[in-house]
Design a protein around this ligand. Structure first.
Ligand SMILES: Nc1ncnc2c1ncn2[C@@H]1O[C@H](COP(=O)(O)OP(=O)(O)OP(=O)(O)O)[C@@H](O)[C@H]1O
Ligand SMILES: [Mg+2]
Length: 602
């Protein structure tokens, strides 16, 4: 690494460290200051201890030479010696205790901040492949924050120690200070240059590592394990994993080897520095320029200097490596939301069902040429129960993600009560809507909590929970549970019950009903249910209070016949609109497809 680069990274390192300190300062101020104070005290205790040892030795040599000393001098020296030996142990215990407190706290702060930041991003940013790699890498290396934060104490400790020793050496024997510094330099340079390499390997291999994580992850899920076993594919998978990881290991091995050889060589050079310094000191004693006690003192300092310096570089390398990940963490924290929001957003009034309009809406996914929607026009009036079916083009789920502004349109607008969705206060819009995604998440809590997840601003209202479960038909199986609505879900938890997907769909629908919104947007909510249940659910939806809008997306024609209006979309355009009866009478695509599917059911 060249000098310019080194200083560049040193600057970033210090900047990140200060940023991290500021990050934790409010919560950990007391501990950080205490640790620093203890560190300075420790260095001084160490010094005083060594110095008193030297004086004791000098005095003992005089005693050995029949010079009588005042007893008081010896007693004072002994007391100082004992005190400096015992006190550091005590204060170091306090320091370690504080370090443990910091250890736990850092984890919590770092993780929660990361989760919050991630949740603030829009869908485009979350789905972006480069971002997902970044998120995963930072997630996997969260532990480095602790190490990064801790190492600053070790580095500072080493610096205090080194400065104190250097200062003493320069006062007593400057040439020794110079020798030690010069001979330790190669070790420093070699350590710093290899460290960058380690990170690059790790970085380069991330796309591969993601595949590795995926393959390994399969063995943490029951279904893949059973399938892999059943198809006799265990060897296939372990070989695949080995093939992925082997080149990585080989490179790591080469790097570790290079590191070890460099270490051996440079450590040898720095040891030569110690030997030369030792000779300089012995020579001084030989010439009667130095007393034995002073020799022991200085020799001890040199050894301590050398090991402190060595550790110092080790810590710097550690810090340098960790910094690369910490830098990425801050990069995420600094990432701005790509979606633009209005400075003065329009807040929609509560409990008023808005009109929803798609005007000439086009959309394509980022980095994809293909248009998913092309100049689509659709008006959904308040209170309408509308079903949307697509004939020969995919884009249903994409469409509803535009209505909820998970994505922004690439051409023209989505209007909510004549307001461009981009000018709205999104929370005020979202609070009016219950949106069931096609692959909506299931929450593995107790039944009542899983249902009440759509409104956590209030305590769980059991009457509403049961009512919602009745409407979604989830009550049918909840009543069979040992603990009813207090039943823990998911077998992975103690005493938990796992559900089938059709059961989850009922649970998730109950969650939608519990919110009691003005607008329901349902993306194939009954796809896993049997025909009878599906028809009952649709009846419930059709009979919701009049002032509710229901937008129901499906490709199953049998489920939508009770809708006020059915919208058939083909090649980006609405080709037919009307009630079931009207569309059958129309005798076009809808009728053809309806009869085709009906035949399948018959
Ligand atoms: N996040 C995404 N990034 C890029 N392309 C996507 C993304 N999500 C969906 N697509 C693509 O957009 C097209 C439309 O997908 P969409 O999920 O909207 O269809 P759909 O009509 O809901 O289909 P299905 O009947 O399977 O639910 C598909 O070709 C799909 O591969
Ligand atoms: Mg879909």
């Amino acid at each position: 690494m060249n000098v310019k680069k080194f200083f560049y990274w040193a600057k970033i390192l210090v900047r990140n460290l200060l940023r991290l300190d500021r990050f934790f300062w409010k919560d950990l101020k007391k501990y950080i200051i205490s640790i620093y104070v203890i560190m300075v005290l420790d260095v001084w205790f160490n010094f005083i201890s060594r110095w008193s040892q030297a004086i004791i030795i000098n005095n003992l040599i005089q005693i050995a030479n029949w010079v009588t000393l005042e007893r008081r001098t010896i007693i004072i020296l002994a007391v100082v010696l004992v005190a400096t030996l015992i006190l550091p142990s005590f204060i170091n215990i306090v320091s370690w205790f504080y370090r443990l407190v910091i250890w736990r706290k850092i984890d919590e702060l770092i993780n929660l901040t990361f989760i919050r930041k991630k949740a603030s991003f829009d869908l485009n940013q979350l789905e972006n492949t480069a971002n997902t790699t970044l998120f995963q890498r930072v997630q996997e290396n969260m532990w480095r924050f602790r190490s990064y934060f801790y190492t600053q104490f070790d580095i500072s400790g080493s610096i205090f120690n080194l400065v104190a020793i250097l200062f003493t050496l320069i006062l007593i024997k400057p040439v020794v200070a110079l020798v030690i510094l010069v001979f330790t330099l190669p070790e420093a340079i070699s350590k710093l240059s290899i460290s960058k390499h380690v990170w690059t390997i790790d970085n380069l291999h991330w796309p591969i590592k993601k595949k590795y994580n995926y393959l390994k992850g399969l063995f943490f899920q029951w279904n893949p394990i059973m399938d892999i076993k059943f198809s006799g594919n265990i060897d296939f998978f372990t070989n695949k994993i080995r093939k992925i990881i082997d080149p990585f290991l080989i490179e790591q091995y080469k790097n570790d080897k290079k590191r070890s050889i460099n270490s051996a060589m440079t450590i040898f050079i720095s040891k030569v520095g110690i030997i030369i310094s030792a000779f300089i000191l012995i020579y001084a004693v030989y010439n009667k320029e130095m007393q034995i006690g002073t020799f022991v003192f200085l020799y001890g300092l040199i050894a301590s200097f050398q090991s402190s310096l060595s550790f110092f570089f080790w810590y710097i390398v550690q810090q340098y490596e960790d910094n690369l990940y910490v830098e990425e963490y801050f990069q995420i924290l600094d990432m701005k939301n790509e979606m633009r929001f209005s400075q003065n957003p329009i807040v929609l009034p509560a409990k008023i069902t808005p009109k929803i309009e798609l005007r000439n809406v086009s959309f394509s996914y980022p980095d994809k040429d293909k248009e998913i929607l092309h100049k689509l026009n659709l008006t959904i009036n308040p209170w309408e129960k509308i079903a949307i079916v697509w004939v020969n083009w995919a884009g249903k789920s994409t469409l509803v993600k535009l209505l909820t502004r998970f994505y922004d349109t690439t051409g023209w607008e989505v209007l909510i009560d004549w307001n461009n969705i981009k000018d709205l206060d999104l929370q005020s819009w979202w609070s009016q809507v219950s949106y069931m995604q096609q692959d909506t998440p299931s929450y593995m809590f107790e039944v009542k909590q899983s249902i009440a997840m759509s409104d956590t601003t209030r305590n769980i209202d059991m009457k509403k929970v049961e009512n919602a479960a009745q409407m979604s038909l989830a009550h049918d199986f909840i009543k069979e549970f040992k603990n009813w609505y207090a039943q823990q879900l998911w077998r992975n938890f103690d005493d938990g019950e796992s559900l089938s997907w059709w059961q989850w769909q009922r649970m998730n629908l109950a969650r939608i009903f519990y919110k009691d919104p003005q607008v329901y947007i349902l993306d194939e909510p009954t796809s896993a249910m049997d025909a009878e249940a599906e028809s009952k659910i649709f009846e419930t939806l059709a009979n919701l209070p009049k002032d509710k809008t229901v937008i129901f997306i499906s490709h199953r024609f049998s489920t939508i016949r009770q809708a006020d209006r059915i919208c058939v979309i083909e090649d980006w355009n609405i080709i037919e609109v009307g009630s079931h009866k009207e569309l059958i009478a129309n005798n076009k695509s809808y009728k053809r497809l309806f009869e085709l599917q009906a035949k399948g059911y018959a």
